[in-house]
Ligand binder design. Structure first.
Ligand code: C5P
Length: 218
């Protein structure tokens, strides 16, 4: 693994889940350990990049040489990304962002009653799609965790969000565990990687994206 692959580059990543409050003690979240995002942040730093990791709530320690901005909700994540973005060459969206947030967060703890309770949910912004749509967009990499038809959904996401590269994995292959099996998608097609520890998968992803970045003439 070449330590100079991303020398002089700035990389911004999102990782972990977001947590959308319902009231002061409850919320909606996704199951995401943050391990893949943290492994990627570490690999980018080892490759010589300046790294800003915008992280939702996880119980992981921040890798050496990585600047971590801790956030809770999707709206906070979006704001922290916007602040970190100037000068970025690469943006990698690894976070499992909650697709919806509660419309009216209760100021006080909701008391239980025997009645049914409805929550009104409103869609969260798609942070990655917004970054990729900017006129000054960095090289954007997305993740797609799917329960089936990985090729169709991952390549579909790559096209709809206009990303040069997507990392796909099947839920169950990677989530929560130490190893992962991923497929990389880019303009040249699909590139399956061998099952490996997340640190090794992260280095392979960095090698691939650094080559595409160089190819793009940036
Ligand atoms: O559409 P889907 O959520 O499956 O896309 C996954 C990719 O988009 C991931 O890279 C994820 O970090 C990013 N994403 C995002 N903001 C959202 C939803 C997804 O940045 N609100």
């Amino acid at each position: 693994f070449a330590p100079k692959l991303l020398a002089g580059r700035k990389v911004v990543l999102t990782a972990g889940p977001t947590f959308e409050a319902i009231d002061p003690v409850r919320g909606i979240t996704n199951t995401s350990s943050g391990k893949m995002g943290y492994a990627l942040a570490r690999a980018c730093a080892q490759a010589g990049a300046e790294v800003v990791l915008v992280s939702g709530p996880v119980s992981l320690s921040v890798p050496a040489q990585v600047c971590c901005v801790a956030v809770v909700s999707a709206l906070q994540m979006r704001a922290a990304v916007a602040e970190a973005l100037p000068g970025a060459d690469v943006f990698i969206g690894v976070a499992a962002v909650a697709d919806y947030r509660v419309q009216d967060v209760a100021e006080h703890k909701i008391k239980k009653s025997g009645d049914a309770l409805s929550l009104s949910l409103v869609p969260n912004p798609d942070i990655l799609a917004e970054v990729a749509a900017r006129a000054d967009a960095p090289f954007c990499v997305g993740f797609a965790a799917e329960s089936r038809d990985l090729d169709t959904y991952a390549e579909g996401k790559r096209r709809s969000k206009r990303l040069p590269m997507v990392v796909g994995n099947l839920i169950g292959d990677g989530m929560g565990g130490e190893d992962n099996t991923v497929v990389l998608y880019d303009d040249a097609g699909r590139h399956p990687l061998a099952r490996a520890p997340k640190a090794e998968v992260a280095r392979a992803i960095v090698t691939h994206l650094a080559a595409l970045l160089a190819q793009s003439g940036r």
